[in-house]
Design a protein around this ligand. Structure first.
Ligand code: NAP
Length: 258
Protein backbone atom coordinates (compact mmCIF):
# COMPACT_ATOMS: atom_id res chain seq x y z
CA UNK A 1 0.00 0.00 0.00
CA UNK A 2 1.34 3.43 -0.90
CA UNK A 3 2.23 5.81 1.94
CA UNK A 4 0.81 8.86 0.15
CA UNK A 5 -2.23 9.42 -2.04
CA UNK A 6 -0.70 8.78 -5.52
CA UNK A 7 -0.38 11.87 -7.75
CA UNK A 8 -0.99 10.69 -11.31
CA UNK A 9 -3.51 12.77 -13.18
CA UNK A 10 -1.91 16.21 -13.55
CA UNK A 11 -4.47 17.65 -15.95
CA UNK A 12 -5.55 21.05 -14.55
CA UNK A 13 -3.70 20.47 -11.26
CA UNK A 14 -2.25 23.58 -9.56
CA UNK A 15 1.47 23.21 -8.81
CA UNK A 16 4.03 25.57 -7.24
CA UNK A 17 7.68 24.74 -7.91
CA UNK A 18 10.26 26.66 -5.89
CA UNK A 19 13.67 26.45 -7.53
CA UNK A 20 12.19 26.18 -11.03
CA UNK A 21 14.66 28.32 -13.00
CA UNK A 22 17.15 25.52 -13.78
CA UNK A 23 18.13 21.90 -13.24
CA UNK A 24 15.74 19.46 -11.58
CA UNK A 25 13.03 22.04 -10.72
CA UNK A 26 12.91 23.35 -14.31
CA UNK A 27 12.73 19.81 -15.71
CA UNK A 28 9.85 18.88 -13.37
CA UNK A 29 8.05 22.11 -14.33
CA UNK A 30 8.35 21.31 -18.05
CA UNK A 31 7.24 17.69 -17.55
CA UNK A 32 4.17 18.72 -15.52
CA UNK A 33 3.21 21.44 -18.01
CA UNK A 34 3.39 18.80 -20.77
CA UNK A 35 0.97 16.68 -18.74
CA UNK A 36 -1.57 19.51 -18.51
CA UNK A 37 -0.79 20.92 -15.05
CA UNK A 38 -0.87 24.64 -14.23
CA UNK A 39 2.55 25.54 -12.84
CA UNK A 40 3.73 28.58 -10.87
CA UNK A 41 7.50 28.85 -11.17
CA UNK A 42 9.66 30.53 -8.53
CA UNK A 43 13.38 31.23 -8.12
CA UNK A 44 15.46 34.41 -8.21
CA UNK A 45 16.22 34.52 -11.96
CA UNK A 46 13.08 36.09 -13.44
CA UNK A 47 14.24 35.85 -17.11
CA UNK A 48 14.84 32.09 -16.77
CA UNK A 49 11.40 31.59 -15.23
CA UNK A 50 9.81 33.62 -18.04
CA UNK A 51 11.66 31.59 -20.67
CA UNK A 52 10.06 28.40 -19.32
CA UNK A 53 6.63 29.92 -18.65
CA UNK A 54 5.91 32.03 -21.75
CA UNK A 55 5.39 29.18 -24.29
CA UNK A 56 2.69 27.73 -22.01
CA UNK A 57 0.41 30.81 -21.91
CA UNK A 58 -2.00 30.92 -18.95
CA UNK A 59 -0.94 27.48 -17.71
CA UNK A 60 2.35 28.84 -16.35
CA UNK A 61 3.15 31.88 -14.23
CA UNK A 62 6.60 33.15 -13.33
CA UNK A 63 6.68 34.43 -9.75
CA UNK A 64 10.25 35.41 -8.86
CA UNK A 65 11.25 34.74 -5.25
CA UNK A 66 14.32 34.67 -3.06
CA UNK A 67 13.49 31.93 -0.52
CA UNK A 68 15.51 33.68 2.18
CA UNK A 69 12.81 36.39 2.23
CA UNK A 70 10.11 35.08 4.56
CA UNK A 71 7.48 37.72 3.70
CA UNK A 72 8.04 37.29 -0.05
CA UNK A 73 7.48 33.51 0.18
CA UNK A 74 4.07 34.02 1.82
CA UNK A 75 3.18 36.73 -0.72
CA UNK A 76 3.95 34.43 -3.68
CA UNK A 77 1.68 31.70 -2.33
CA UNK A 78 -1.06 34.32 -1.79
CA UNK A 79 -0.78 35.29 -5.46
CA UNK A 80 -1.11 31.64 -6.53
CA UNK A 81 -4.17 31.12 -4.36
CA UNK A 82 -5.69 34.38 -5.64
CA UNK A 83 -5.13 33.25 -9.25
CA UNK A 84 -6.10 29.59 -9.00
CA UNK A 85 -8.15 29.31 -5.78
CA UNK A 86 -5.68 26.92 -4.11
CA UNK A 87 -2.69 24.67 -4.72
CA UNK A 88 -2.58 20.89 -5.18
CA UNK A 89 1.16 20.20 -5.04
CA UNK A 90 4.18 22.22 -3.93
CA UNK A 91 7.73 21.12 -4.78
CA UNK A 92 10.41 22.76 -2.61
CA UNK A 93 13.47 22.28 -4.76
CA UNK A 94 15.53 25.48 -4.26
CA UNK A 95 18.96 24.69 -2.95
CA UNK A 96 22.59 25.53 -3.24
CA UNK A 97 25.89 23.75 -2.76
CA UNK A 98 29.47 24.66 -2.05
CA UNK A 99 32.13 22.08 -1.29
CA UNK A 100 33.50 22.53 2.23
CA UNK A 101 36.08 20.50 4.11
CA UNK A 102 37.07 20.73 7.77
CA UNK A 103 40.10 22.89 6.97
CA UNK A 104 38.19 25.54 5.00
CA UNK A 105 34.99 25.76 7.05
CA UNK A 106 33.78 29.33 6.97
CA UNK A 107 30.87 30.63 9.05
CA UNK A 108 29.57 32.92 6.27
CA UNK A 109 29.44 30.04 3.77
CA UNK A 110 27.78 27.77 6.33
CA UNK A 111 25.16 30.41 7.15
CA UNK A 112 24.40 30.97 3.45
CA UNK A 113 23.83 27.26 2.78
CA UNK A 114 21.68 26.92 5.92
CA UNK A 115 19.74 30.04 4.96
CA UNK A 116 18.83 28.79 1.48
CA UNK A 117 18.64 25.02 2.02
CA UNK A 118 16.92 24.95 5.43
CA UNK A 119 15.47 28.37 6.27
CA UNK A 120 14.32 28.76 2.66
CA UNK A 121 12.31 25.56 3.02
CA UNK A 122 10.76 26.73 6.31
CA UNK A 123 9.94 30.15 4.80
CA UNK A 124 7.87 28.47 2.07
CA UNK A 125 6.59 25.60 4.20
CA UNK A 126 4.86 27.74 6.82
CA UNK A 127 2.35 29.39 4.44
CA UNK A 128 2.07 26.17 2.38
CA UNK A 129 1.10 24.07 5.41
CA UNK A 130 -1.45 26.68 6.48
CA UNK A 131 -2.98 26.58 2.98
CA UNK A 132 -2.99 22.77 2.63
CA UNK A 133 -4.56 22.30 6.07
CA UNK A 134 -7.22 24.89 5.24
CA UNK A 135 -7.98 23.04 1.98
CA UNK A 136 -7.81 19.65 3.80
CA UNK A 137 -6.03 18.25 0.76
CA UNK A 138 -2.90 18.62 -1.33
CA UNK A 139 0.72 17.53 -1.04
CA UNK A 140 4.21 18.90 -0.55
CA UNK A 141 7.52 17.49 -1.83
CA UNK A 142 10.86 18.37 -0.26
CA UNK A 143 14.00 17.90 -2.35
CA UNK A 144 16.82 16.75 -0.09
CA UNK A 145 19.75 14.59 -1.27
CA UNK A 146 21.46 11.27 -0.69
CA UNK A 147 24.18 13.48 0.82
CA UNK A 148 21.84 13.71 3.81
CA UNK A 149 22.01 9.95 4.48
CA UNK A 150 25.46 10.09 6.12
CA UNK A 151 28.72 12.01 6.26
CA UNK A 152 30.58 12.40 2.94
CA UNK A 153 33.80 14.33 2.24
CA UNK A 154 33.29 17.87 0.80
CA UNK A 155 29.66 17.92 1.99
CA UNK A 156 30.50 19.30 5.43
CA UNK A 157 27.72 21.93 5.36
CA UNK A 158 25.58 20.76 2.42
CA UNK A 159 25.19 17.26 3.91
CA UNK A 160 24.11 18.71 7.25
CA UNK A 161 21.42 20.84 5.59
CA UNK A 162 20.12 17.86 3.62
CA UNK A 163 20.10 15.55 6.68
CA UNK A 164 17.95 18.19 8.38
CA UNK A 165 15.48 18.12 5.49
CA UNK A 166 15.19 14.31 5.65
CA UNK A 167 14.30 14.52 9.34
CA UNK A 168 11.91 17.39 8.61
CA UNK A 169 10.08 15.42 5.91
CA UNK A 170 9.79 12.32 8.11
CA UNK A 171 8.28 14.31 10.96
CA UNK A 172 5.96 16.21 8.61
CA UNK A 173 4.74 12.89 7.22
CA UNK A 174 3.91 11.61 10.73
CA UNK A 175 1.88 14.76 11.42
CA UNK A 176 0.15 15.22 8.08
CA UNK A 177 -0.56 11.73 6.66
CA UNK A 178 -3.41 11.15 9.13
CA UNK A 179 -4.90 14.46 7.92
CA UNK A 180 -4.86 13.30 4.29
CA UNK A 181 -2.05 15.65 3.20
CA UNK A 182 0.74 14.09 1.14
CA UNK A 183 4.40 14.50 2.12
CA UNK A 184 7.08 13.37 -0.32
CA UNK A 185 10.82 13.22 0.39
CA UNK A 186 12.93 13.36 -2.77
CA UNK A 187 16.54 12.19 -2.53
CA UNK A 188 18.39 12.41 -5.85
CA UNK A 189 21.81 10.92 -6.50
CA UNK A 190 24.01 12.80 -9.00
CA UNK A 191 22.04 14.80 -11.58
CA UNK A 192 23.70 16.89 -14.30
CA UNK A 193 22.67 20.49 -13.50
CA UNK A 194 24.42 23.86 -13.01
CA UNK A 195 24.85 22.79 -9.35
CA UNK A 196 26.92 19.68 -10.17
CA UNK A 197 28.63 21.16 -13.26
CA UNK A 198 31.05 22.74 -10.72
CA UNK A 199 32.14 19.32 -9.40
CA UNK A 200 35.62 18.30 -10.50
CA UNK A 201 35.38 14.64 -9.42
CA UNK A 202 33.79 11.78 -11.37
CA UNK A 203 30.12 11.51 -10.41
CA UNK A 204 28.92 7.89 -10.37
CA UNK A 205 25.57 7.04 -12.03
CA UNK A 206 25.12 10.65 -13.23
CA UNK A 207 21.70 11.19 -14.86
CA UNK A 208 20.11 14.12 -16.74
CA UNK A 209 17.64 16.57 -15.18
CA UNK A 210 14.96 15.14 -17.50
CA UNK A 211 15.61 11.61 -16.19
CA UNK A 212 15.42 12.97 -12.64
CA UNK A 213 12.08 14.63 -13.43
CA UNK A 214 10.70 11.35 -14.83
CA UNK A 215 11.85 9.49 -11.69
CA UNK A 216 10.15 12.12 -9.50
CA UNK A 217 6.88 11.93 -11.46
CA UNK A 218 6.96 8.12 -11.32
CA UNK A 219 7.49 8.19 -7.54
CA UNK A 220 4.68 10.72 -7.06
CA UNK A 221 2.47 8.49 -9.20
CA UNK A 222 3.21 5.53 -6.93
CA UNK A 223 2.55 7.59 -3.79
CA UNK A 224 6.00 6.75 -2.42
CA UNK A 225 7.16 8.61 0.69
CA UNK A 226 10.84 8.58 -0.28
CA UNK A 227 11.60 8.99 -3.97
CA UNK A 228 15.27 8.17 -4.48
CA UNK A 229 17.10 7.67 -7.74
CA UNK A 230 18.91 6.33 -9.68
CA UNK A 231 18.44 3.16 -7.66
CA UNK A 232 21.62 1.55 -9.01
CA UNK A 233 23.41 4.22 -6.92
CA UNK A 234 21.04 5.05 -4.07
CA UNK A 235 20.50 1.44 -2.99
CA UNK A 236 24.25 1.07 -2.42
CA UNK A 237 24.24 4.22 -0.31
CA UNK A 238 21.34 2.88 1.74
CA UNK A 239 23.25 -0.34 2.29
CA UNK A 240 26.30 1.63 3.49
CA UNK A 241 24.15 3.20 6.22
CA UNK A 242 23.49 -0.23 7.71
CA UNK A 243 27.19 -0.91 8.29
CA UNK A 244 29.18 -0.24 11.48
CA UNK A 245 31.01 3.12 11.33
CA UNK A 246 34.41 1.40 11.12
CA UNK A 247 33.40 -0.18 7.78
CA UNK A 248 31.32 2.82 6.61
CA UNK A 249 34.24 5.26 6.99
CA UNK A 250 36.69 2.87 5.29
CA UNK A 251 34.37 2.27 2.31
CA UNK A 252 33.57 5.99 1.89
CA UNK A 253 37.31 6.83 1.96
CA UNK A 254 38.02 4.11 -0.60
CA UNK A 255 35.03 5.01 -2.82
CA UNK A 256 35.69 8.74 -2.95
CA UNK A 257 39.48 8.69 -2.70
CA UNK A 258 39.15 11.68 -0.33
N1 NAP B 1 22.09 17.93 -9.04
C1 NAP B 1 22.27 16.97 -8.14
O1 NAP B 1 23.08 16.05 -8.34
C2 NAP B 1 21.46 16.98 -6.89
C3 NAP B 1 21.55 15.85 -6.06
C4 NAP B 1 20.82 15.81 -4.89
C5 NAP B 1 20.02 16.88 -4.55
N2 NAP B 1 19.96 17.98 -5.35
C6 NAP B 1 19.09 19.07 -4.92
O2 NAP B 1 18.17 19.35 -5.95
C7 NAP B 1 17.76 20.71 -5.84
C8 NAP B 1 17.87 21.37 -7.21
O3 NAP B 1 19.24 21.41 -7.56
P1 NAP B 1 19.76 21.33 -9.06
O4 NAP B 1 20.78 20.28 -9.09
O5 NAP B 1 18.63 21.28 -9.99
O6 NAP B 1 20.57 22.69 -9.13
P2 NAP B 1 20.32 24.07 -9.86
O7 NAP B 1 20.11 23.85 -11.31
O8 NAP B 1 21.41 24.95 -9.39
O9 NAP B 1 18.92 24.54 -9.26
C9 NAP B 1 18.81 25.17 -8.02
C10 NAP B 1 17.52 25.97 -8.04
O10 NAP B 1 17.39 26.62 -6.77
C11 NAP B 1 17.17 28.00 -7.00
N3 NAP B 1 17.67 28.80 -5.89
C12 NAP B 1 18.92 28.83 -5.38
N4 NAP B 1 18.99 29.76 -4.40
C13 NAP B 1 17.74 30.31 -4.30
C14 NAP B 1 17.17 31.32 -3.51
N5 NAP B 1 17.88 31.98 -2.57
N6 NAP B 1 15.86 31.63 -3.67
C15 NAP B 1 15.13 30.98 -4.61
N7 NAP B 1 15.60 30.01 -5.40
C16 NAP B 1 16.91 29.69 -5.25
C17 NAP B 1 17.91 28.29 -8.29
O11 NAP B 1 17.40 29.44 -8.93
P3 NAP B 1 18.01 30.92 -8.88
O12 NAP B 1 19.49 30.81 -8.89
O13 NAP B 1 17.42 31.52 -10.13
O14 NAP B 1 17.44 31.53 -7.65
C18 NAP B 1 17.54 27.06 -9.10
O15 NAP B 1 16.26 27.21 -9.65
C19 NAP B 1 18.65 21.34 -4.78
O16 NAP B 1 17.93 21.41 -3.57
C20 NAP B 1 19.79 20.38 -4.67
O17 NAP B 1 20.40 20.41 -3.40
C21 NAP B 1 20.65 18.04 -6.51
Amino acid sequence: MSLNPPLRDWNGKRVWIVGASSGIGAAVARALLEQGARVALSARSAPELERIAVPHGDAAIALPLDVTDVAAAAAVLERIVAAWGGVDFVLLCAGTHQPVRAWNLDAAVAHRLVDVNINGVFNCLVPVLRQLQQQRKGAVGIVSSVAGYGGLPTALVYGATKAALINLAETLYLDLAPRGIGVFLINPGFVKTPLTDRNTFRMPALISAEEAAQAILAGLGRGEFEIHFPRRFTLWLKLLQLLPYRIYFALVRRGTGL
